[in-house]
Design a protein around this ligand. Sequence first.
Ligand code: PMP
Length: 391
Amino acid sequence: MSLFDKFADVADLYAHLTEDGIAPVGTPIERVLSPTHGIVDGKEVILAGTNNYLGLTYDPACIEAGKQSLDEEGTGTTGSRLANGSYHGHHALEAELSRAFCMRSAIVFTTGYQANLGIISTIVGRGDAIVMDADSHASIYDGAKMSGADVHRFRHNDAADLAKRVKRLKSKVDHVLIITEGIFSMLGDRAPIREIVEVKRESGAYLMIDEAHSFGILGPRGLGLAEAQGCLQDMDFVLGTFSKSLGSVGGYCVSDHEGLDAVRHSMRAYMFTASSTPASIATVRAALQVMQERPELRAQLRRNFERVYEGLKNLGFVLGPQPGPVVAARFEDATEALHAWRRLLAAGVYVNLVVPPATPGQYSLLRCSLSAAHSDDEVDRILAGYARIQS
Ligand code: PMP
């Protein structure tokens, strides 16, 4: 038995997916031309699989901020904030996030993955319990596993199932941490956050929300699902990423608990890794400002995703339960989904192909993510591409 035998199934699946042409997983994007255009397989395509929700990757203010930071602060921090120190930008961004959320503390991480890993694995431990949505992101699962707490899953978006589980656990453990996402990354559906808040209030549990796919998109100020539903103040911890709406890289946790800041000095995923580059912090700060000053980007994104959702529904695709920045069409068979992905690419539209086990359930998805930067004409062409799959 070789060390690598256990990867044979994954290698076979990847070989099967790539045998007829370009890889649908880890697709080589030969060149990026704009937030919505790139070259794939030698051909110009519309990028609709990027999570570039506000289209800010080429925003002039963000690019200028990044360039200026490179000139003034160099390419990297070359170490962790604890060891090498925090740059001005790290502190400034944390203050700006605290202010935006009206919460006392904010911690910035090098990635969103590390935000979940660091916070979850540190704030609860042996003797505590985590009750998390079954469709949670891998970083939530990994953080939960590392925490040493008892880990329980509730049925996806089922607050009654959550309530039952929390009630059963409450008297047996020290603390319960409930975890959900805002908009879910695969189907684009939203957590029943008000019902989840009810469970938190009745049980005295702590509540964490990962707004990775809803930050910059939902709510009057773009802060996410909790803000949109009027219950931001009920969140103990709000986590998110800078890699989607803000078009950069990094992650954050904000909280009104004064204790959060001290957690910084106990989190391995924060302490033992290099801090974000000054240039990525600078682009995030500029993007946060754009997000706050230009609510019309959220409105444009909404128009685009509502058009695509309605259009695909009318074409007969099976979609998630509600329109969102992610519009996922469901296929029972992975090979059928792969053929559809190739036809869509041939029609000049690049989306994400997601196959089990990365999807919830046994089905495969063509996952289209919309951007405020998609023009009406590009949305028409995305819809025309999908129509070709059905013909
Ligand atoms: N949480 C969720 C729900 C995500 O979808 C992702 C990224 N796909 C992350 C966390 C991790 O974010 P990052 O890319 O910044 O590591």
